[in-house]
Design a protein around this ligand. Structure first.
Ligand code: AMP
Length: 186
């Protein structure tokens, strides 16, 4: 199924089934009550990893993207190969204290406490077309903060893409002004 899907226009149902077959559910990680969707088995299946990048490439082939922004850390795994496939640059959004030059910083609320993300101030020239990538859309808090951070550089954010969406957490509702694409929906 995987190879035939790759041959022509990718069949989104086949892509979703192939990916979903190699995503592992880990109950109670990182804390009790969370069902963690582990994408690492998928990375060990080269044909499915490749298929996920091919599917994203197909979605954005005509989007004239200048940069892919990957969210630390699983967003790097998918964002970098997609950037190469699309002929775009890659920009990391990182946890605090990791980026060496001058940064824009955003602090955002979690269920308990806050988290912080940073981007280099000079990473994206104003007006450039950008896609944000992460592995999974849950409540949408991380990508909402990233969207604000990337917009603070003056970039034009074309949308955000994810391998997995947990639709019951309604992350999309927090992002009414951002076009979202996901490959597998639970
Ligand atoms: P959120 O800000 O709630 O959309 O959470 C998104 C971030 O948390 C992503 O970087 C995900 O990798 C991670 N995440 C949240 N919930 C899960 C889950 N159930 N399984 C795997 N990763 C998760």
């Amino acid at each position: 199924m995987t190879t035939s899907a790759l041959r022509n226009q990718l069949d989104r149902t086949a892509v979703s089934a192939a990916i979903s077959a190699v995503i592992r559910d880990v109950p109670d990680f990182p804390k009790p009550g969370i069902l963690f969707k582990d994408i690492t088995p998928m990375l060990g299946h080269p044909e499915v990893f490749q298929l996920s990048i091919a599917a994203l490439h197909q979605l954005y082939a005509d989007a004239k993207l200048d940069y892919i922004v990957g969210i630390e850390s699983r967003g790097f795994i998918f964002g970098a190969p997609l950037a190469i496939a699309l002929g775009a640059g890659f920009v990391p959004v990182r946890k605090p204290g990791k980026l060496p030059a001058e940064c824009h910083t955003i602090e955002y609320a979690l269920e308990y406490g806050t988290d912080t993300l940073q981007i280099h101030k000079d990473a994206i020239p104003a007006g450039k077309r950008v896609l944000i990538i992460d592995d999974l859309l849950a409540t949408g808090g991380t990508v909402k903060a990233t969207l604000e951070l990337v917009r603070s550089t003056g970039a034009d954010v074309v949308g955000a893409a994810f391998i997995v969406e947990l639709s019951f957490l309604n992350g999309r509702e927090r992002l009414p002004d951002c076009e979202i694409q996901t490959l597998v929906t639970y």
